[in-house]
Design a binder for this molecule. Sequence first.
Ligand code: E4P
Length: 218
Amino acid sequence: MKFFIDTANLNQIKEAHDLGILDGVTTNPTLMAKEGIKGQEAVNNHYKTICEIVGNGDVSAEVTVVDFKTIIEQGKKLAALHKNIVVKVPMIPDGVKAIKYFTDNGIRTNCTLIFSAGQAMLAAKAGAAYVSPFIGRIDDSGWDGIELIQQIAHIFSIQEINSQILAASIRNSLHIIKCAEAGANVCTCPLDAILGLTKHPLTDIGLAKFTEDAKKFQ
Ligand code: E4P
């Protein structure tokens, strides 16, 4: 499973990249706004900087419009910023149409705001490189986000569908493990959830003992 970081914060992206495990980045308008970026030129420059930090990994840049014509216009401009930009398109009828258009024109897409297997199937049928089920938001609403990953993974497997399942809206480290078990191809995570995977109290206890004992022969 690939590890993406779900943020527009450059320091967090650098930190995850420096860990040596980062395969890509996802952003969304909320995450961009959180960084205080204002104006299209600043947004574009921010995306370029993210692409440079990540190196070879894919960077999802989300369109901020909802009708076919302007999704296409905006998506083409985003895709032209860098070869690793993947245009993030919402799961609406005009979005599906746009994904098909982008696919036919060699632009890769990530279909966002997926909350059902049917939505994932339709996005994949239109040619989305990634489909993004929002695990945390499903859990927040009293359903089971991991079950949705399992269902989509099962359908994609038996139907031989090539779109990558990108588990999004990850809230914690356990979500990452469960997404891997359930068959997600990619998990896009907050930095804390990634760093949480390094933690175990027995590691801390063991390291304290080793560090103490190492003093005996230094
Ligand atoms: C990823 O592509 C999504 O934008 C993101 O994971 C949404 O997460 P949230 O539910 O924490 O806002």
